[in-house]
Design a protein around this ligand. Sequence first.
Ligand SMILES: [Zn+2]
Length: 377
Amino acid sequence: MQDQLIQYLTELVHINSVNPDLSTEGQEEREIAEYVFKHFDQLGIPTKVHTIHGDRCNTTAFLKGANPEKILLMNGHLDTVGIEGMADPFNLRKDGDKLYGRGTYDMLAGCAVQMGLAAYFKDQPCPISLAFTFVADEESLSMGMEHLVEHYLPSLPAQPFLGIFMEPTEESIGISNKGYAWFEIEIEGLAAHGSRPEQGINAIFPLAAALHELELINQELAQEKPDPYLGHATLHPGLISGGTGQSVIAAMSKLNWERRILPGESQDKLDRELKRVISAVENTTGDHKVKARQTFNRPPNEIPKNDLVQKLKKAAGNTNYDGMSYWADSALASQAGIPSILFGPAGHGAHAVDEWVSLASLVNCYESMKRFILDFD
Ligand SMILES: [Zn+2]
């Protein structure tokens, strides 16, 4: 199977699946989705390409097991981040144990594992049903996963008992990950000539109050009891803009910040933080107006270390539990009622120019998943 896994990964990497939202080099996922479709079709496993819109596509396949209504959901995202600065991103290069190429680690290796499991179980009695899923757009807005949750998962004969998302976890069982929320504050003033500030309302000075309050909140978050796997919740200002010229009293300014959310933190708590920032800005001197809101939210995810999760831990050679600081599509499956975890190979350079996945680890993940599935017999 090792050679087959390398072959699948080589072919997956070779198709440009850079998320078009992230790079002008990008290509929508239809070509790679059809490549995956062909694999399952040739194996005789019922499969389908789902068009989300244009050429943004997911692929699914369903292998019916001895217990058809006991369904394991497996998932990988087909899109990758950009390739800027990479010499040869779409040609897999093997250097000892390292397989280099864009997407090898995050997370086409996980997609290759699913393809390998399908090839194995098509000639073997499989104790449970396997829902193989490959989605678009995880690296941007998760339109692929949202489509899957809305249109594919409800069409299954039963709700999957577990979701395994094969993001790179260094073979740890990723039982939790942080969520995030985006916020925006806009300050409106009045433009005037720089020599006559008394005729205008400065919209940039009050930003200092917003930044100061955010810093205080961040310090308070760092004092709270840390999550054993994820550490502290954090926030950071990510974008700042405003003004029209150096000699003009700025009539407008805007600040956007991101809050990384721990499992168990409530929306109420986030709302209170937002109110504190608004009040801080309102209470500074000046007649400026303030508008602020949360613009986007992705939930955190955490699942208990129940028997199932322990079974996977055992199948993976008694590996560790871990929490992942990054957000992943698994949170949307959990939100839809399917407890979902992250489990994938070791490597390096997700989103970096020197991305590689460990071949030994890729094979281990495949073997671990196979053992886990066979153990339901
Ligand atoms: Zn990923």
